[in-house]
Ligand binder design. Structure first.
Ligand SMILES: Cc1cc2nc3c(=O)[nH]c(=O)nc-3n(C[C@H](O)[C@H](O)[C@H](O)COP(=O)(O)OP(=O)(O)OC[C@H]3O[C@@H](n4cnc5c(N)ncnc54)[C@H](O)[C@@H]3O)c2cc1C
Length: 423
């Protein structure tokens, strides 16, 4: 593009691609600059390479995947470009999708590559010029107005710049928090960044290392500081070399990170559908009907065999004791452990391993209806660079698609206005 672009988009992730496509489809000349040699890098690794493109259901329900202040901010863009709009964009171009019972939408062929291929197609269709392997070094500005960007190849002037540089987790995918630095230079507040949707490393990691890969199905993981439950989540839990991962750990990780990890303990409810009284009744009944069965058999079907001894140790119980001979105190300890099995103290929540980061450009400094910066003219902000972080389930990509769409649309309309082409 030899002419000065109408709109320049920095960062070709979900938000930047949609911003560029939307601006170009409104007639703007758009230049999309991407630091890495490919577009949609994070989309490619999303959902374990399968890409959970969005969450199904009414947008009001989808907004519940975010904290209330984030949902308030996202509402206008979620209605402007909804999950159905996104799916139409993809399915009109041949992607087949299916919705899991938990509302998560995936490509039928289970590959994120197809999603990125379609996005590349729409960029080409609308004439967006994409420059890969072109990191932007900084944003140029003058008297509170954006004037362009600087790259290794030189300066590119442009009066409307969309910043969609993502967060700062998974730095190998190109996201090293560049947008935060630029926004700060331009007068924005950047809410301190911390991990969200990340594994939790435990202090006792060495004791879990040999169990790496073992998982628990449908349990409740709780994070507590003292007596206060910081967060809880019901789903699967995976033991890793350093601690825990899987949906439950990712979901509570934000609360653990926000509490500073230090002093936060984790415990598991292995029987979330039963009250302590029901568990006690069931154990008593088993002891009466099968007095010769070993105590460890109580754990059959509740935890994988490799975890049985850990639970028994936590309950200070001897697994070989026949059920009929277990004293009341031991039985109570075991029952308590089934409802609250302590698995250790958090050591850290590694930011770089977060599927998303919490924190980022303060939401009250961006207009939620247009994604215009309220600090600097000609600047539009979208995607994970903003202070939003949703739950697991396609929420975060939706935030990127929707805010990207609105940012691109506004930038293109502003370009028209300035060129005097708007009616
Ligand atoms: C392992 C993993 C799995 C995930 N799975 C899912 C999932 O299944 N569903 C879901 O909804 N969410 C998922 N997420 C979260 C989701 O991928 C992100 O929230 C989303 O991609 C953010 O989009 P974005 O466009 O804002 O930022 P990104 O996708 O991170 O894109 C930012 C882009 O900007 C580029 N960039 C950065 N700095 C510069 C610069 N200086 N110059 C030029 N370009 C620059 C980067 O290279 C990058 O390509 C997952 C994340 C990870 C890490």
């Amino acid at each position: 593009m030899r002419d000065i672009p109408d709109v320049l988009v920095v960062g070709a992730g979900a938000a930047g691609i949609v911003a560029a496509w939307r601006a170009a489809s409104l007639g703007a000349r758009v230049l999309l600059l991407e630091k890495t040699p490919r577009i949609g890098t994070k989309i490619l690794i999303s959902g374990g390479g399968k890409c959970n493109v969005c969450h199904d259901g009414p947008m009001e329900e989808v907004l519940k995947g975010f904290r209330p202040n984030e949902a308030r901010f996202l509402r206008p863009s979620f209605y402007r470009f909804s999950n159905q709009d996104l799916l139409r964009l993809l399915t009109d171009r041949g992607l087949r999708v299916y919705t899991r019972p938990n509302g998560r939408v995936f490509p039928v062929d289970q590959t994120a590559k197809d999603v990125v291929a379609i996005l590349a197609e729409v960029l080409a269709e609308t004439g967006v010029e994409v420059r890969r392997a072109t990191p932007v070094r900084r944003l140029s500005h003058q008297e509170g107005r954006v004037t362009g960007v600087e790259t290794a190849e030189g300066a590119i002037p442009c009066e409307r710049v969309v910043v969609s540089t993502g967060g700062s987790s998974y730095p190998n995918s190109g996201t090293t928090g560049d947008g935060y630095r630029w926004a700060r230079d331009l007068g924005h507040t950047v809410v301190p960044v911390r991990a969200a949707l990340a594994p939790i490393y435990l202090r006792t990691d060495s004791t879990w290392a040999d169990l790496s890969g073992v998982s628990l199905r449908d349990v409740v993981l709780r994070a507590r500081k003292g007596d206060k439950v910081l967060d809880r989540w019901r789903d699967d839990l995976l033991f890793t070399h350093h601690g825990v991962s899987g949906p439950t750990a990712l979901e509570v990780s934000r609360a653990v990170a926000e509490a500073g990890a230090e002093g936060v303990s984790l415990d598991v409810d292995l029987l979330p559908d039963r009250t302590p009284e029901q568990v006690a009744e069931w154990a008593l009944e088993l002891a009466t009907t099968h007095p010769r069965k070993r105590l460890r058999s109580l754990l059959d079907g509740i935890v994988p065999e490799r975890l049985t001894d850990r639970v028994l140790i936590a309950a200070k119980a001897e697994g070989e004791t026949p059920l009929g001979q277990v004293d009341r105190k031991t039985r109570n300890r075991l029952l308590e452990t089934l409802k609250r099995w302590p698995i250790g103290e958090a050591r850290t929540v590694p930011l770089e391993k977060g599927e998303v980061v919490a924190g980022g450009i303060a939401l009250d400094e961006v207009d939620p209806k247009t994604m215009r910066s309220l600090r600097c003219e000609g600047l539009y902000l979208c995607g994970e660079v903003l202070d939003v972080a949703g739950r697991v389930g396609g929420y975060n990509l939706q935030a990127a698609w929707s805010t990207g769409f609105v940012a691109g649309e506004t930038a293109a309309r502003d370009a028209e206005t300035h060129a005097g082409r708007m009616p």
